[in-house]
Design a protein around this ligand. Structure first.
Ligand code: PEP
Ligand code: MN
Length: 320
């Protein structure tokens, strides 16, 4: 925003009033530029400051995201800060029909409403397990249906959108694909709700504009997923940006899911950060679980066992 002063206004007094409103200012000729990390404020409140002539607000680069309802419906399950928090859980990869069904049967007892698992896996190494593909989509769909759960699974390429959309309730865009605009357009055209993971190096503006791509092209709703950004410190796999979660949830009124499993890569930190995420305004959390983490085909070291979620569900019940 740009604040223009009246002639003869007391610029220092206006600056003090802007700071009172949580605004970071850069002086310019005849007024102030308000910096991006200023608190959300109603421009009318700034116009009312004595000495202010006008306040101009730049048009939003993500108008459809701004206009989106704060609650996104995913096949009958509402997701948003004012809806009950949702748990999404399941293995990193869908390994077999029997295993995904077994994991689902345990998760459902802990209040998990979304079964997750990758059929198409984005792996850093081309030699790592890449997922069981189409067969795995049938396995997770049948397991979810048997336990009255919804399916969230990743779609990695434009050519697979139709296929994945037939099986999934919520289409996941992985962090490595947040800026794959051709994929975002194709996924938007499927006209389903989408969970958009933040790229490990994306600014908030880039993330919101990726959400805008999905909505312009027809997505029925976008849920943002914070999964940690790349940092300089290898002690955790990534750096969970809870400031971004609070910003999207509280300042933008958007549904945000937090994935503490990929954010930390450390099983011992997953539950504390899940609680922190909910406190920061997350609409839910996505946690990787496996019945035998030692045998998992991917991400075993960060996987919890389904029964470990009971500590989280009792925390969620208490904080309601
Ligand atoms: C996943 O959730 O399966 C995944 C691969 O996560 P990310 O895209 O955040 O790395
Ligand atoms: Mn994983």
């Amino acid at each position: 925003m740009i604040v223009i002063l009246r002639p003869n206004a007391d610029a220092s007094a206006v600056k003090r009033a802007l700071i009172e409103h949580g605004q970071w200012t850069v002086a310019m000729d005849g007024g102030f530029i308000l910096e991006a990390h200023s608190s959300a404020v109603d421009p009318a409140a700034l116009r009312a400051i004595p000495g202010v002539l006008s306040v101009s607000v730049a048009p939003s680069a993500w108008p459809r995201v701004d206009a989106q309802s704060p609650i996104v419906d995913v096949n009958g399950v509402p997701i948003g800060r004012d809806a009950p928090p949702v748990l999404m859980s399941g293995p990193c990869a869908i390994e077999s029909e029997a295993r995904i069904d077994h994991i689902a049967s345990k998760l459902v007892a802990h209040g998990v409403r979304f079964l997750r698992g990758g059929a198409f896996k984005p792996r850093t190494s081309p030699y790592a397990f890449q997922g069981h593909g189409e067969s795995a989509l049938g396995w997770i769909r049948r397991a979810a249906d048997r336990h009255a759960m919804r399916v969230v699974t990743e779609v990695m390429s434009e050519g697979e959108v139709q296929l994945v959309a037939e099986y999934a309730d919520l289409l996941q865009i992985g962090s490595r694909n947040m800026s794959n605009y051709a994929l975002l357009k194709a996924v938007g055209r499927a006209a389903k709700p989408v969970m958009l993971k933040r790229s490990m190096s994306a600014t908030i503006s880039e993330w919101l504009q990726a959400g805008e791509y999905l909505l312009v092209h027809g997505a029925s709703g976008v849920i943002f997923c914070e999964r940690g950004v790349r940092s300089w410190d290898p002690t955790t796999r990534n750096l969970l940006d809870l400031g971004a979660v609070a910003l999207l949830a509280h300042a933008h009124g958007l549904p945000v899911i937090v994935d503490p499993s990929h954010a930390t890569g450390r099983r011992d930190l997953v539950l504390p950060l899940a609680r922190a995420a909910l406190a920061a305004g997350a609409a839910g959390v996505m946690i990787e679980t496996h019945d035998e983490p030692g045998c998992a085909l991917s991400d075993g070291p960060q996987a919890l066992r389904p029964e470990d979620l009971s500590a989280l569900t009792s925390y969620m019940e208490k904080s309601r």
